[in-house]
Design a protein around this ligand. Sequence first.
Ligand code: 26Q
Length: 767
Amino acid sequence: MNFRKKQFLEDVSHILAADYATDLAQATRKELYNAVGKAVMQETYPDRKTEDGKKRCGYFSAEFLMGRAIFNNLMNLGILSDVSDALASVGRDLNAFEEVEDAALGNGGLGRLAACYLESAASMGLPLDGYGIRYRYGLFRQTFKDGYQHEEGDDWLKWGDPWSVRVERDAVVVEFADLKVKAVPYDTPIFGYRNGVVNNLRLWSSEPVQAFDFEAFNEMKGENKAKENFDATKICDVLYPNDNTMVGKILRLRQQYFMVSASLQDILRKQKAAGKDLLQLDRDYCFQLNDTHPVIAIPELMRLLQKEGHTFEEAFGVCAKVFNFTNHTIMAEALEKWDSLAIADILPDVYEQIVACQKRLEGEGLDPEKYFIIREGIVHMANLAIYVAAKVNGVAEIHTNILKRETFKNWYELYPEKFVNITNGITPRRWLLLNNPRFAELIDSRIGTGWHTDLKEISKIKPYIADMLPAFRVIKEENKRKLAAYIKEHEGVEIPENFIFDVQVKRLHEYKRQLLNALSILYFYYGIKDGSIRDFPPTAFIFGAKAAPGYYMAKAIIKFINEVANLVNSDEEVSAVMRVVFVQNYNVSYAEKIVCAADVSEQISMAGMEASGTSNMKFMLNGTVTLGTMDGANVEICEEAGAENEYIFGATVEEVATVRRFYWPLEIVGQDPSLKRALDAMIDGTFPDETGSLKKLYESLTTGHSPDRYLVLLDFADYVRVKEELLRDYGSDEFWTKCLLNTAAAGKFSSDRSVKEYADLIWHIGC
Ligand code: 26Q
């Protein structure tokens, strides 16, 4: 975008005057932010109107974890420094916008992946649009009180959102058996990286039908009117804060149906208006279903096509061509299953389509024990998706293999050609250029800027690594200093910047094993106290994670880690070489600060459980070694960078499968006194435990119903061994070389590569 400073400042002034009755000098930070956003929206509007008639893909997702828009948008438009200078010329500071809240309409990996894919597709000129829900409240804001997690509503729209426009003319009505709702789209432009391309993210908001559908509204009785108004707005009220566990709430089902029905009605209406044959929808569109959350789109499209006069078989044929399904987890508790009666109750016509699919499946003459969509009154959403969709994909090699061999074994035998792997990726623009500009400049200075849009090129730094080391170390130190200052200000914990920064940031889940990390810290603590560990390399252990509000064990783990932090940090002797901090409200913006400052990337899930992981890629790209298990994309990180440049430990998937059959954790504890001591701290009064949650944690590892489900104790000894080795390697030229070799090998993990694979293998767009 070409930038005219005078014009821009005039735009901003006019918006400030019209919207807030203020000026450049007086405007509050938030007012200025909105005005700058609107000025950019205004200036870029002409670029946003292009519809070139080429086939597009709709990315259907219940979550889009976009983070802060402004810096990314200005960077991609190529006007970041221009806007910064323009504002500076009138005495305002662009960096003040760092206080602006994130758009957190997602929980974690799955939602952030959707955001990276939108950015990458736009940057590669691929026609991909997002479709989802405009939650009134995003993921809760987290604080700690007394070490316990507290949640507050995330009122992200309090000050408005300059990046979205309401498109009233595209509103549609979504019908439930007991309720009619108006769906209004809000469009947010997705700017490609300096290529003039603008794609779209369309998020639907629910409102009462009222005057919009006057007849429908008038038919209602007074009491019903009040109820419908209430229920309608409720649909988009809040993002469900669960990650990798399903909640069977009817409201969640309503959300899912609401967004897919609105999106499909909108698209079909446009096709009809353009005089297109709906049976050839696949010529113009395909849809990627981001996990099972939008899978109800399949029977909904069948219903809509039949309403237009087509047969079930015709509709089925269209769906089999346009839908594709991505699976993000193998955990049984996350696979969506809905009560048939619940669906039939609120969506009878949609349920009828699901039944028709089940009947059609039965007609294929397969073993009904192995192939079903509905069984014993339960609808299995993943099975519906696999039966109908053209392609099914996992998100890392190891994950896709587990899908083929275990989770969906039967389906794979039936439809081997449907299954593909698309390893996840991250956008190198947000996750290196933007969050670590000094390092990006250092790389540019050696190999130019080609890597910005072709991350494979980053391997060209290899011959320069030795000569980049000093500058890299200075940059890392600077990033650590900044993070330490931020943590001091926001968490009140002092982290000496010469310490090793050992980081584990991700959602809190037992399978991710934050507990393993915490136990190792206690092990080091007691070792330092009793003199068995000497010359411990000074290390700060940094955690960031939100626990689903209803996930008892996850919350207990947060409390435990906060207690460990207190113990360590307030111990004069130990705190000289060790600090522990659990940062509050870890989110995309916090991640940007943390990822560039980390020395160790903890990726320690039980093998087979983490489908891919994506923070592992962010750390790698920023020059951080992985301390991890052979799980998810860690496996491919080792392939790319060489296992000798990572710190790998623990049982492999194959070993997990064998060990688990006769696993008796107390035996391991009995043979390892130092592990026992760390573990006993949970129950021996070392920490206050008013609520008994630490005791429950202890039991979950030792004596519970299936004790230590995620093999924390099994992997403990190996973990501690490798972790100590890493910490002792730290600081040598050899160590820093490993860090840069990781950056050099990160090319594969660009979401540009992932999206290109989707486009070529699945969507057949952009050719
Ligand atoms: C389902 C039903 C009802 C309520 C909530 C949910 C729900 C919500 C979110 C289920 C799962 C999720 C999120 C899953 C997720 O983030 N999975 C992660 O996806 C990443 C991107 O592929 C992977 O890198 C991670 O390994 C995987 O855990």
